[in-house]
Write a protein that binds this ligand. Structure first.
Ligand SMILES: [Cu+2]
Length: 133
């Protein structure tokens, strides 16, 4: 009986460990936020959007993240199926990430980003909104 209890306890402990590892990995991705710092018209149907990535626990800007997925759509205006084009521009040392967006109509658009952050196993994802003129 003692041996059985020990085995059950060990199994439970490993389940708890797995759960904690999973929970902390998910918490890591939520420790970040994307914010629009500037959205500037850059010609017909073009808007230059600058986004700041911040690590919430210490409120510090994140530099050197690799943005590997981008998308713009008109979801915030009730037209989620309407998409545009995003061209990432070089990031700067201050932790600002720049994108040129090409949008087919004026209104509020969503920019969705997926990033790899140094030291973070989880992908960091976020969506920001901006106005296209
Ligand atoms: Cu639209």
């Amino acid at each position: 009986m003692t041996q059985f209890r020990f085995a059950a306890g060990a199994a439970l402990a490993s389940v708890v460990t797995m759960f904690l590892l999973t929970a902390s990995a998910h918490a890591a991705a939520k420790d970040y936020r994307f914010e629009v710092v500037k959205a500037q018209p850059a010609g017909k149907n073009l808007t230059d959007v600058s986004v700041k990535l911040t690590h919430n626990p210490d409120d510090k800007p994140v530099t050197g993240a690799v943005i590997f997925q981008t998308k713009v759509d008109m979801g915030p205006s009730g037209m989620g199926e309407m998409t545009g084009k995003v061209t990432p521009q070089p990031a700067d040392a201050a932790g600002l990430y720049h994108f040129r967006t090409e949008t087919g109509m004026a209104g509020t658009w969503a920019l969705t980003l997926a990033a790899k952050v140094q030291g973070e196993t989880d992908t960091v994802r976020g969506t920001v909104t901006f106005d296209a003129k």
